[in-house]
Design a protein around this ligand. Sequence first.
Ligand code: NIG
Ligand code: FE
Length: 415
Amino acid sequence: MKTVIKNIAELIQTEQNPRKWVAGKDMSAINTIKDAFVEVEKGIITAFGSMDDWTGIDDWNNTEIIDAEGGMVFPTYCDSHTHLVFAASREGEFVDRINGLSYEEIAKRGGGILNSAAKLQEATEEQLFEDALIRLNEVIRMGTGAIEIKSGYGLSLAAELKMLRVIKRLKEHSDATIKATFLGAHALPQRYKNNKNSYMDLVIDEMLPKVAEEGLADYIDIFCEEGYFSVDDTKRLLEAANKYGLQGKTHVNQFNAIGGVKVSVDLGCLSVDHLEEMNEEDFEALKNSDCMPTILPACSFFLGIPYGAAKQMINKGLPVALATDYNPGSTPSGNMNFVASLGCIQLKMTPEQVINATTINGAYAMGVEKELGSICVGKKANLFITKSMPSYAYLPYAFGHNVIDKVMINGKIKK
Ligand code: NIG
Ligand code: FE
């Protein structure tokens, strides 16, 4: 069965040859085709081009036609940083922050990540899976076709494995592309308060081997931050994980620049994420590396912390990816359209830069750039069709509105 999408007002982010990523000045351009079509077979893009060049239908019995009715077609978003599996929302802390407490103060009182960990430890795997699947389907309908999901609310061997098994089940149940990241070093459980090294021993000597043995993770992560885990902890963990073939995607520079970027780059991380606080040494470390700087503007929006320096990175010739950070504490939204709007409004990125950052660069940041992130022959047919819009800049401009009409994952329209 072949599927043809026709009458596309503009086909966005087309590529003749798949690229690794888009960096620096190149981020200001995207390739598009006006009045276009796309052909899909067995979930893969087989052809695309201008309607003038479309050869028509040769087998009517085996062709499904989708009329885009003048909407635009984009590759789906690649959301390379989420904590989508969690047991409960945390709007109580949201109210505490409105009343003047900071995220750090709430964490110090046993709230924050430890609050989520307590709830997750009580939840059954079945309940976690059902809730996460609902969230996953919600974000797919908002245009996300590939998503990275972290553990990190378990903080014990059993609960971290429970979270990772939930992510494994999501992979099995969903057509969306999913990558799993082991984030055992997300926060220090209360009982290790005065004994961080023994918790690191637990993560490295007990959790990591089990996670690797069961093939439950594609990547490793750590929250490298004052009051959480140090640069030395990060080095130790990344070195241990590399022995199991797990590449890092680290939480660094969210509140303080303490050297997390350099150690992550030096130890071959695929991405460094957050980057709200950057110094010269951090920028320097990223130059000529293969590590994707990933900014999470919805987290800055929700916590009222500084926004990452996207413009500066692009001006220095670096690539930038944008992701949601979807989690119950710092970013209770998995909406990549909103991230795209914040990219333009707060990070001062152009619509073209934002499109590159949320598609091809997001794909790189989760290791799927060969199969996703652009409209390219041979790549997966994960794309969305918008309502009719005057130009592609309308998508980030119309913040808070739903401009997506249909989402196709692996060649099938998502109901
Ligand atoms: O990326 N910074 C560390 N982890 C999450 C927040 C987790 C939480 O508050 O539950 C983040 O913002
Ligand atoms: Fe995060």
